[in-house]
Design a binder for this molecule. Structure first.
Ligand code: NAD
Length: 440
């Protein structure tokens, strides 16, 4: 459903009204397109105090393709290396670095702060590094004009080279609706993106719930990035599924993901194994708990959580997910914040978060596979178009970007997890919610 308010506030009359009344003034977000694939301006590289990895970050930033500089009048992106901030007093260097330049950041700009994992053995280091999280989340809320702010943490043993694919995503128009996020990179081998134009070339990806909505967008972006895609959806969506698959040069697999033989049928559809498995299929059966019959509870838990656990286990154990594979599940901010009328849905989505955090390290060591989740906020789909007007408007505006996201925003985040170069991104739950106030 079109966001008419967003359109109106982009007109002269709309700008006048929002200035006079203080109503939210959402900026038009610049998303990836073949014409605008990158940020429109230089990348300012700053350091707070002494870097933990002197000289090692510069080549990683150069690899983003942006012009990297240590001074720019109007940067499109700013990376602050705060890996050397290990005391509370050291935080002054964060203020000193960003205070003079944040006003000059171009609209739709990006701020990425690079830190390290708070230490369990050094509470001063932990305080200073945890402080960066509060800092970035606040900056995301005040920066405005379609700009975003994130914190990327390097776990012990990880080096700036692990951050390549993550920085390329966060410092690009692909991450337009991701803000206020903390991404922690592991010390695992990051892997390599050899073909920037088609990073998934030669890879087979399966997307569940791909006939429409977010799943269709995920299938489309993975195909754009070179993957051979298998689109799965329930048999009753056969026609819509076939249309989507045809459009993308993908194959269609009409299958209910809750079927007992779902994993075997998926494996049979990908004889060369799967490189990317995206659990996107999901349903809602909303009622307050007092009015919720057991079948509504069971249906949601089965589709949104149990089938994800079942198929993931079976496909990993049978070796149907290739080494270097990527599993991406779909949570929701409802699974983080909770939502009245959605005890079943929020339980299922929170369960996804539990699964991702627990399985990720074991999947990496036993199978060489990463496991991550996207947690969408308010995304403009049929699901949210059906929400009553006032609740819909609240959902759209109650975030730092004052607008809903698009299915492609979730899809771009999935595509970042799916990259061969994202091997150090594991066990992460990244919200695609414009920094929604819900559960923040
Ligand atoms: P949608 O209803 O438009 O699409 C979901 C698709 O999943 C449909 O094509 C449906 O047929 C398919 N599906 C449902 N049950 C299935 C089953 N048993 N087997 C195979 N396919 C099945 O929903 P959407 O808005 O595109 O949401 C996609 C995912 O994102 C869901 O997991 C949803 O919970 C999650 N999500 C959406 C939003 C949002 O704002 N739209 C927010 C948070 C999370």
């Amino acid at each position: 459903m079109a966001d008419r308010y967003l359109h109106f506030t982009g007109t002269a009359a709309g700008r006048f009204l929002t200035r006079r009344t203080g109503l939210p003034a959402p900026a038009a977000l610049r998303r990836w397109s073949a014409e605008t694939p990158a940020l429109d301006g230089p990348l300012l590289h700053l350091t707070a105090g002494d870097s933990a990895w002197p000289g090692q970050l510069a080549p990683v930033l150069e690899a983003t393709g942006l012009k990297v500089t240590d001074s720019a009048e109007r940067p499109a992106g700013i990376v602050l290396d705060a890996t050397g901030v290990i005391t509370a007093a050291g935080l002054a260097a964060v203020h000193a670095a960003l205070h003079p330049v944040v006003r000059s950041l171009a609209g739709n700009g990006r701020v990425v702060v690079l830190g390290t994992t708070p230490s369990p053995d050094d509470h001063h280091q932990a305080a200073a590094q945890q402080a960066l999280e509060g800092f970035v989340r606040s900056l995301g809320k005040e920066i405005g004009r379609g700009s975003t702010a994130q914190l990327v943490r390097l776990a012990p043993g990880a080096t700036p080279a692990s951050a390549g694919s993550t920085l390329r995503f966060l410092l690009s128009p692909r991450s337009a609706y991701v803000s206020g996020q903390v991404v922690e990179l592991t010390a695992d081998a990051p892997g390599e993106d050899t073909d920037e134009a088609a990073p998934l070339s030669g890879r087979t990806a399966l997307v569940t719930g791909a006939a429409r909505g977010i799943g269709e967008a995920v299938a489309s972006v993975l195909a754009r990035d070179g993957a051979q895609v298998i689109c799965l959806d329930v048999p009753r969506m056969r026609d819509e599924l076939a249309r989507t698959a045809d459009r993308l040069g993908a194959s269609a697999l009409p299958l209910d993901i809750t079927a007992p033989d779902a994993a075997e049928r998926i494996a049979a559809a990908a004889p060369g194994g799967l490189d990317v498995l995206v659990h996107n299929a999901g349903i809602t059966r909303d009622r307050r708990l007092v009015n919720m019959a057991a079948d509504r509870w069971a249906a949601v838990i089965d589709v949104n959580l149990e089938s994800v656990l079942r198929t993931t286990d079976a496909l990993l154990e049978s070796g149907a997910v290739n080494r270097g594979g990527r599993i991406v599940a779909t949570a929701s901010i409802a699974g983080i914040a909770g939502n009245a009328g959605q005890t079943n849905y929020a339980a299922g989505k929170a369960g996804i978060i539990g699964m991702v955090r627990s399985l990720a390290p074991r999947a990496a060591s036993a199978h060489g596979v990463t496991v991550n989740a996207v947690a969408p906020g308010f995304i403009e789909t049929r699901m949210t178009a059906a929400v009553p007007l006032f609740i819909r408007e609240a959902g759209r505006r109650m975030n730092s970007l004052s607008q809903g996201g698009l299915p492609v925003d979730v899809a771009e985040t999935v595509a970042w997890f799916a990259r061969p170069g994202s091997g150090a991104v594991n066990g992460q739950v990244v919200r695609v919610c414009g920094q929604s106030l819900l559960g923040a």
